[in-house]
Design a protein. Structure first.
Lengths: 39, 564
């Protein structure tokens, strides 16, 4: 695997981590809105 | 339970291991036995990781936890997605590059043999006891409610797991967990749908949620900074992060699951799948508990959910006292039901007063249940597990249609088997690779180590059954598992983080730092009342602080000679 492939691979994984993090943030916000609505 | 339930139950719990045995037939090399093979894809890894963590306690205790205290427990999982990302980025590439069988082999390569053995030893103690709780937890509840003999339940469930785990190793654990987790998810979705369907027609679903919220059951997020509060956003995010980082990064029962695919990509995708689904899954399980709570606001619940214990006390000299409490409970229940109905139609000006009335009546009902428990203790039938653990299973047995009851009991047993299989697989592998191979038979054949791992897996299975058979009082099954983990995980994680990030640290410094950190956590656990999730942070931070101090003082010469 070339250095360019390695960089592309690392970039893809960084995007995947960013996506997972964003999804978690959305989950927490939704739970907080749920708490505000029903408590 | 009728014949249909038993048919569904037996077919479900036997079919999956039999299929697993068929898929893993033939002789395996040491690598295949301990790490599976490259045919295992990310979806199987993801479900396998999910099943290993869930366990029976999640499905038995968690709805009961929400019934008693609301859904705030969800916050304990807030640190997990972050921890899984760190595990994907830091731990997975190192383990896959070094091609280790166990996480503790990495400690041996980075530091020395004694640090490897310390990490493995802390894991074995913690997981050995936890394996006992894993099997005892459902056995005590199922045996009490279904009239099964406790030891027979423990031996049947445990025996089946031992047999297929010993024969098939990591591959069979991954394959069976995949299908067990599918059964679990389908079963819980059906339970949720039926619980919602069985809610009172007097209230819409939205109104039901509003009333549950007003009764304090739907506070999912609490930003309090009080360290004595068990479930807050901060303790879940920070303490939960360290707990999850240690659990997924340094607990062999999980490491073995995601190393099964053999490639960094499959391991990472399986873990990221968990990062995405864990919080929503736990939310729905807790919400199911809140729905069961609302169901029992209109349908009279038993004053005490552990009915076998209650019936024994009723037949004793304390019977009249319990009958009196039951009468008072019936009256409070009837009043509360009427007020909740009024709450749904109350005008906004009346709502606060009616809400306060509901809360007062709910507190009265709770006090009557506490008094009932006190009478049970006086009568000498003190139950061996927390009453809330009986809530969901009682709901299943009394309110679900036949066939579904069998499926949901199978869900609990599938969860038991999948968690126990992963644990035994990891305990056997760690003992074989970290202790047996280097200390007892260093240069034997691959096949010899496969047989050794099989024998050690069986031995750990028998130990787990022994712990389960002699366990008597576990206050709360869900809490017990998490508390036990939190006591040990901080130090174990500290070992790994020191290895990754403190380059100058040598084996002796980190070894003694971990011992001191573990003692510190023991002392704090015995003498203070801080939320248990914080022990993960304290234990880990203590290793990270002690290790450089010891390195710069007592073990300075070791560092110098290591550099030479």
């Amino acid at each position: 695997m070339s250095a360019r492939d390695d960089n592309a691979d690392a970039d893809s994984w960084r995007k995947a981590y960013g996506l997972a993090l964003s999804l978690f943030a959305v989950e927490v916000v939704l739970l907080y809105l749920f708490t505000l609505r029903f408590s | 339970m009728n014949r249909l339930d038993y048919l569904v139950l037996i077919a479900t719990i036997l079919a999956i291991p039999l299929y697993g045995l068929w898929r893993t037939r033939g002789r395996a090399s040491l690598g295949q036995y301990l790490k599976g093979d490259s045919s295992i894809r990310w979806a199987t890894i993801g479900l396998s990781v999910l099943a290993t963590q869930a366990g029976p306690i999640t499905f038995l205790s968690m709805p009961g936890q929400a019934y008693e205290s609301g859904i705030g427990f969800i916050q304990n999982y807030f640190g997990q997605p972050l921890a899984l990302i760190v595990v994907c980025a830091v731990f997975v590439p190192i383990y896959q590059r070094l091609k280790v069988y166990t996480a503790y082999q990495y400690l041996g390569e980075r530091f020395d043999r004694k640090t490897q053995l310390l990490g493995a030893f802390l894991f074995l103690i913690q997981r050995g006891i936890a394996a006992g709780i894993t099997i005892y937890a459902p056995a005590i509840v199922l045996s009490a409610l279904l009239g099964w003999r406790l030891n027979l339940t423990i031996w049947l469930a445990g025996g089946l797991v031992i047999v297929y785990t010993v024969i098939g190793g990591t591959k069979i654990v991954s394959i069976t967990q995949r299908y067990q987790m599918i059964v679990i998810l389908v079963g819980m979705a059906i339970a949720f749908a039926i619980a919602v369907y069985r809610l009172s027609p007097d209230l819409s679903f939205g109104n039901t949620l509003s009333v549950a919220g007003k009764m304090g059951k739907l506070e999912a997020v609490n930003f309090s900074v009080d360290p004595h509060k068990r479930y807050t956003f901060w303790s879940g995010l920070i303490g939960g992060f360290f707990l999850a980082l240690s659990y997924f990064g340094a607990d062999q029962s999980q490491v073995q699951r995601y190393l099964a695919g053999g490639s960094v990509k499959e391991s990472r995708l399986g873990l990221l799948f968990n990062a995405a689904v864990k919080v929503p899954m736990q939310f729905f399980i807790l919400l199911l508990g809140a729905m069961v709570f609302m169901f029992y606001q209109f349908e009279q619940p038993p004053v005490y959910f552990n009915q076998p214990a209650y019936q024994r006390a009723l037949e004793s000299s304390h019977g009249p006292q319990l009958t009196e409490l039951q009468t008072q409970f019936d009256e409070v229940f009837a009043q509360k039901r009427a007020v909740i109905r009024a709450l749904s139609t109350a005008s906004s000006s009346e709502r606060d007063a009616v809400t306060n009335k509901v809360r007062t009546l709910d507190a009265e009902a709770r006090a009557l249940r506490d008094q009932t428990k006190a009478v049970l203790v006086q009568a000498g039938v003190d139950p061996k597990s927390k009453e809330s653990d009986y809530v969901f299973i009682t709901f299943i047995l009394q309110q679900m249609p036949h066939g579904i009851v069998g499926l949901l009991i199978a869900v609990i047993l599938c969860a038991t088997m999948s968690a126990m299989a992963a644990t035994l697989n990891a305990l056997g592998s760690t003992t074989a690779i970290d202790f047996y191979r280097p200390l007892i038979r260093p240069n034997a054949s691959d096949h010899h180590y496969v047989v050794a791992a099989q024998a050690l897996t069986a031995a750990w299975g028998l130990i787990a059954i022994g712990v389960a058979s002699f366990a008597s009082l576990v206050e709360n099954l869900l809490e017990a598992g998490n508390i036990l983990g939190s006591i040990f995980y901080g130090s174990i994680l500290g070992l790994f983080l020191t290895a990754f990030f403190i380059r100058r640290a040598t084996g002796s410094a980190v070894f003694f730092a971990a011992l001191f950190a573990q003692m510190l956590v023991f002392v704090l656990f015995a003498t203070t009342n801080i939320g248990y999730l914080w022990y993960n942070l304290i234990g880990c931070a203590a290793v990270l602080i002690f290790a450089p101090i010891l390195q710069q003082t007592l073990f300075r010469s070791a560092e110098a000679s290591a550099e030479v």
